[in-house]
Design a protein around this ligand. Structure first.
Ligand SMILES: [Zn+2]
Length: 399
């Protein structure tokens, strides 16, 4: 199995189309100009804030790194760093002077062993292998020129598929589905083996329950709370299980086409496909996202003309046919929430709320007043505020 061949198809397609986006081109050009002036030294920063792990200091981690690099066909000098933190975390930086850097938190390096650590290492190397740094999502979202809401949601959408690709690279290095799932579970729960006995079957069963809920359009149950605190990792585990059962991993596994269709429909759970949908629930969801966004922007002062035109271009294509009368839109919000409660499933409402949060984050507007509006909307939608909190704190970088 070749690492290039296992990249998620949706990642690749979105990546190629995002690279042609004027906003992405503009940010990449400005990064390039800044680098020519005087390179921002990641290495210097790492050396001053973290400890470089030499092969003598950490022989096991280094040999693991060499094995992973070989499996992924990477031929680039790699430096490993560790920084002091109780949170499990790892990151890979864009190479500098032909050297690649991976950084781990001290707690992760202490707690993760064997295939768990191989998975994390392979995942980080995967981001480099698939050139995910070519779409500098953090810079684009944090820059002074804000991307359109549509581009912001596309970037988040791509970043989820980018994680799927990186996970596959990690799975290739670990070659142990149980270890990989345990690793993802521990990353999202922060728990160590001393506390819980991880069960892959239980973890996947919860995922199946979530999907069943979606199909039955049932009301809020305890599963939603679980989804709230771990919004993403069960989907990633499920996507990895499909990968594990595909022709990439076993001789008579499912075809790559079937794998990609499976992953796409799995992730559809998280995709803002209602933005283009023609069904009544899709329209209700769009209207809710629209009014919710206006209410949030309005939380700390007047909605500017620039914001209005941005929203018009975003929602205009979907024939919402409304004039931007801010007061009226806000006044109608409770009615729209009620419509959503009557006509959409709990996970559809969670999807809209998630997208609302991402738009707030992309806009760099997650202040106290804005958060309060989002929390109110969550409560009115009968979605737990913790779910909104999780997504308001979402990072604007790849993890
Ligand atoms: Zn990642």
């Amino acid at each position: 199995m070749k690492a290039e061949n296992i990249r998620s198809r949706d990642d690749l397609n979105l990546y190629n189309s995002l690279l042609k986006e004027p906003d992405v081109i503009r940010v990449n050009e400005s990064i390039k100009r800044a680098e020519q002036k005087g390179p921002y030294s990641t290495r210097r920063h790492l050396l001053s804030t973290s400890i470089r792990l030499s092969p003598q200091m950490a022989p096991t981690v280094h040999s693991m790194k060499d094995e992973c690099a070989e499996k992924l066909g990477l031929d680039i000098p790699l430096e490993l760093y560790v920084y002091n933190s109780p949170q499990f975390n790892a990151a890979c930086f864009k190479p500098e002077d032909g050297r690649l850097f991976i950084m781990f938190s001290s707690s992760l390096l202490e707690a993760f062993t064997g295939s768990e650590l191989r998975f994390v290492m392979g995942h980080e190397l995967g981001h480099h292998l698939y050139q995910h740094h070519d779409i500098p999502i953090g810079y684009i979202l944090k820059g002074s020129q804000k991307p359109s809401p549509k581009l912001a949601l596309q970037l988040f959408s791509w970043s989820r598929y980018a994680e799927i690709s990186a996970d596959r690279a990690g799975a290739l290095c670990a070659n142990d589905l149980q270890g990989v799932a345990r690793s993802l579970f521990r990353l999202s729960s922060g728990l160590s083996d001393n506390v819980i006995q991880f069960s892959l079957d239980d973890f996947l069963a919860q995922m199946d329950d979530m999907q069943e809920d979606e199909e039955n359009q049932t009301n809020r149950g305890p599963k939603e709370d679980w989804f709230s605190t771990h919004p993403f990792s069960p989907l990633r585990v499920k996507a990895l299980q499909l990968f594990h059962n595909s022709e990439h991993s076993c001789v008579d596994g499912m075809s790559t086409d079937d794998l990609e269709i499976g992953v796409h429909s799995l992730m559809g759970f998280m995709e803002p496909s209602y933005l283009d949908g023609r069904t009544r629930p899709s329209e209700i969801m769009r209207r809710l996202l629209f009014s919710g966004s206006i209410a949030v922007i309005n939380a700390s002062g007047e909605v500017t003309d620039e914001e209005i035109s941005k929203f018009e271009s975003f929602f205009g294509d979907h024939s919402l046919s409304e004039k931007l009368n801010v007061d009226k839109i806000i006044k109608d919000l409770p009615e729209r929430i009620q419509m959503a409660r009557e006509n959409t499933s709990i996970s559809q409402r969670m999807q809209v709320l998630r997208d609302l949060c991402l738009m707030v984050v992309a806009d760099n507007k997650a202040g106290l007043k804005e958060r309060a509006v989002v929390i109110d909307i969550a409560e009115a939608l009968n979605v737990s505020p913790a779910f909104a909190e999780t997504h308001l704190d979402v990072t604007r970088e790849l993890d």
